[in-house]
Write a protein that binds this ligand. Structure first.
Ligand SMILES: NC(=O)c1ccc[n+]([C@@H]2O[C@H](COP(=O)([O-])OP(=O)(O)OC[C@H]3O[C@@H](n4cnc5c(N)ncnc54)[C@H](OP(=O)(O)O)[C@@H]3O)[C@@H](O)[C@H]2O)c1
Length: 275
């Protein structure tokens, strides 16, 4: 194990599937006490069952696994509801050291001219307002308890200037906002010993991308357009960075948007060679 995370309390949003689920499991295996949150409680119960089946592995010398508790948390709810959920989460293990704002929605692929206001608001509430409100609720408690903290938000390369995504107006704008939110929060929260970073993820297999990953031609596309020649694998490609940002090994690291996409967003269309 590279980073000592034993005893850290981590709240993960969107832990019922995909990236959040994998993060919750890996953090638990690294000795954290994890509060796994989402809206679909049956999936969280299944996750809890899986997490609690870990055992100490003498041969690999992996740390004693932490515990995983579950909590229903809708990140698109209003300030008061999010604050109440944060309060419940805070009390579960007597505090929170790390918040992973992972919950997110992609929405349908549509022209900006066909996008409707309700969809726009729903995407913004989940991907942008939610991370702010939850960071506020958890950050206030960290500040009051004089407890240093790390906030990690999973954004997307779609929110980078160099990698705009057609058909995903609200998604791209919300993720760009979340990248900026990260930097402003880092600027303001450093004095409370709270670090704030974002991870702009490229493409990883999850519920959002399941259909795409079923296409037999997809690996060949990666060979053409991703510099490292493949799509991301949540564990370890994303989990490794979350472990670092959650640990004290990154205590001088704040205000960054880390791009984890195998270099995909660097490339332009290679018009003078063959696709
Ligand atoms: N997969 C990729 O290629 C990729 C690329 C870039 C960025 N990302 C980002 O990574 C994050 C995780 O996505 P994923 O790929 O793992 O997709 P996923 O498998 O669809 O997971 C999304 C998670 O977000 C939760 N969620 C959605 N709306 C919520 C709400 N209002 N309140 C609380 N939880 C909510 C869902 O749980 P419930 O439905 O149970 O609430 C689910 O656990 C997202 O922010 C996404 O934008 C993913």
């Amino acid at each position: 194990m590279v980073h000592d995370l034993s005893g850290k309390v981590v709240l993960v949003t969107g832990a019922s599937s995909g990236i959040g689920k994998e993060l919750a499991l890996v953090l638990t295996k690294h000795g954290c006490s994890v509060i796994a949150t989402a809206r679909r409680l049956p999936l969280l119960h299944a996750l809890q069952h899986e997490a609690n089946s870990f055992s100490w592995d003498e041969s690999s010398k992996l740390p004693r696994p932490g515990k995983l508790s579950i909590l229903r948390l809708d990140v698109s709810a209003d300030d008061a509801a999010i604050d109440a959920a944060a309060d419940e989460g805070w009390k579960m293990f007597g505090g929170i050291d790390v918040l992973v704002n992972n919950a997110g929605v992609r929405g349908p692929v549509k022209s900006p001219l066909d996008w409707d206001e309700k969809l726009w608001n729903g995407t913004m509430d989940t991907n942008l307002r939610g991370p702010w409100l939850l960071t506020k609720a958890v950050g206030r408690r960290m500040r009051a308890a004089k407890r240093k903290g790390s906030i990690i938000t999973v954004t997307s390369t779609a929110g980078l200037e160099r990698s705009l995504l057609p058909g995903a107006l609200a998604y791209s704008v919300s993720k760009a906002g979340a990248n900026h939110l990260t930097k402003v929060l880092a600027l303001e929260m450093g004095k409370y010993n709270i670090r704030v970073n974002a991870i702009a993820a490229g493409m990883f297999k999850s519920e959002i991308t399941n259909d795409l990953f079923d296409k037999p031609w997809l690996p060949a596309v990666a060979k053409k357009i991703v510099p490292v020649g493949r799509w991301g694998i949540i564990n370890p490609d994303l989990t490794s960075l979350v472990l670092l940002l959650a640990s004290d090994a990154s205590s001088y690291v704040t205000g960054n948007v880390f791009v984890v996409d195998g270099g995909q967003s660097l490339a332009s269309v290679p018009v003078w060679s063959s696709l």
